[in-house]
Design a binder for this molecule. Structure first.
Ligand code: GRF
Length: 221
């Protein structure tokens, strides 16, 4: 049986592209992206989907009077596609608790920091400001509290003395493109699931359970 993914985006769509590549290469097997939904009509990621022949839909949050109304419309659209998993791929809207609860264990997000450090926005600038030596990305199940859901995989990257927010973001993004497909493959193949509020692995990813270190760090100097 083919797994069905609905992806939600707001912007560039590079994670969408990496997930699409993984579906096409078989890294994520027997899986189809059945729709890409954006809350912004101008999101460049929509073109990525169109180019790949994936149906797209724009549900503009500005067209709705309240967060609840927007989430209700979004939920109707998503559910019409009967997804196995809802994938937030650079979707920049906070979702209501009712919406999140409806998809509990069936909705994942990628966040550009090593959570629980730096939830919210401007993570790369904040990491540099704090002087952390390590930064990275986290894939997690979505729960009502922002960027606080159970962690599925993380990738760590070094922070270099020469970094500015853009260079650090680029290094983290490269790691995002590795771990999001890995996490989705694990969930869709049934190796990883949310159970009683915790991530349960039947077969861990290679390396430490649930943890991936960026290969740059594992490579000999
Ligand atoms: C990524 O850094 C993701 O972690 C964050 O927003 C960015 C989206 O990038 N949530 P893209 O649209 O996938 O290129």
């Amino acid at each position: 049986m083919t797994n069905r993914l609905v992806l939600l985006i707001s912007g560039r769509g590079s994670n969408l592209q990496s997930i699409l590549n993984a579906c096409q290469s078989g890294q994520i097997s027997s899986t189809e992206i059945v729709c890409v939904i954006s809350n912004r009509a101008e999101a460049p990621g929509l073109a990525v989907a169109i180019q790949a022949g994936i149906p797209t839909q724009v549900i503009a949050h500005r067209d709705y009077a309240s967060r609840e109304d927007f989430d209700a419309a979004l939920r109707r659209s998503i559910d019409a596609h009967h997804p196995d998993l809802v994938v937030l791929a650079g979707f920049m809207r906070q979702l209501t608790a009712a919406f999140v609860s409806h998809y509990l264990g069936r909705m994942v997000n990628i966040h550009p920091s090593l959570l629980p450090a730096f939830p919210g926005l401007h993570t790369h600038a904040r990491a540099l400001e704090k002087g952390v030596c390590w930064h990275g990305a986290t894939v997690h199940f979505v729960t009502p509290e922002l960027d606080a859901g159970p962690i599925i995989v993380q990738a760590a990257v070094p922070v270099l003395a020469t970094d500015d927010p853009a260079s650090l973001a680029a290094r983290v993004l490269e790691a995002e493109h590795q771990i999001y497909p890995q996490a989705l493959a694990a969930i869709l193949s049934g190796r990883c699931r949310l159970e009683a509020g915790r991530v349960h692995w039947s077969t861990p990813l290679p390396g430490a359970e649930g943890t991936v270190v960026h290969p740059v760090l594992a490579a000999p100097a």
